[in-house]
Design a protein around this ligand. Structure first.
Ligand code: GDD
Length: 238
């Protein structure tokens, strides 16, 4: 097989039910597109890695790369770990829990190609994008976090906290090297830095669907870290 053009990085922590469906959907919607999937599993106690190994057997070692880590080290560093193994010219970051539907990937690719963009980000907050399945508390946290970030940083990107994105590989590598955040705030810092550096960014409306299996890893510590990260970025702006 030729070198894949797109590397899809899937960070996983306790996703044994979701992972096979996610990969099945990627395969279904990316027919005719050259890609690989890099699974970065942080020693999930539910046996996600065993499931990943079965998927690797089914789809082939050239398509599924398992790049585990010894413990739960957070989303931000999971992406940089995955990136270090990526062979694609473009990198797609997405959740493995079925919140991000692979059907949006061809739209992201088409937009990138049409305008020669550096980044295409999925947006839940513009032109028909949305969220379904979240309770009022989670909706408020997400909208509040996004609103606050828009207000303080004014970055010109409608969904700062989302994580369904396509990057040119070298752009992602540069942004990761510049970013200091480790947890959920990482997504916002990446977009903030991308805008500041003048990268060309496009947006594709997505519907984010809350996970059916398993649990979100967003806890109070992540919210505190988000607030700290936002203040840090605000300090850089001013
Ligand atoms: N390897 C690894 N994967 C992780 C870790 N924490 C979470 N993940 C994986 O990252 C994905 C998203 O994790 P969730 O914990 O389910 O995220 P969420 O609460 O639904 O949050 C989503 O929405 C946020 C914005 O509202 C996003 O900021 C976030 O990135 C994610 O897309 C899933 O595939 C999950 O298994 C970790 O420490 N390590």
């Amino acid at each position: 097989m030729d070198t894949p053009k797109y590397s899809i990085i899937l960070p996983t922590y306790n996703e044994k039910e979701n992972l096979p469906i996610c990969i099945w959907l990627i395969e279904k919607y990316l027919k005719g597109i050259s890609y690989e999937i890099i699974i970065v599993d942080d020693a999930s106690p539910d046996g996600t890695q065993d499931v990943a190994k079965l998927l690797e057997k089914e789809y082939g070692e050239n398509k599924i790369l398992i790049k585990p880590r010894a413990g739960k080290l957070g989303l931000g560093t999971a992406y940089s770990h995955g990136l270090s193994f990526a062979r694609g010219e473009f990198i797609i970051l997405m959740d493995a829990d079925l919140s991000h539907h692979p059907k949006f990937i061809p739209e992201m690719i088409a937009l990138q190609q049409k305008y020669k963009l550096d980044i295409v980000t999925g947006t839940r907050y513009k032109n028909g994008g949305g969220v379904s399945g979240w309770d009022l508390k989670r909706k408020t946290i997400s909208k509040g976090a996004n609103f606050l970030a828009q207000f303080l940083l004014n970055p010109g990107v409608s969904d700062l906290t989302g994580s369904f994105r396509l990057y040119k590989k070298e752009v992602l590598a540069t942004l990761i090297a510049e970013s200091v955040s480790k947890g959920y705030v990482f997504q916002m810092e990446m977009m903030f830095r991308a805008k500041k550096s003048g990268y060309r960014i496009g947006e594709v409306p997505i519907s984010f669907v809350d996970r059916f299996f398993g649990e979100s890893k967003l806890g109070s510590q992540e919210i505190v870290d988000y607030a700290k990260g936002l203040l840090y970025l605000f300090a850089i702006v001013w």
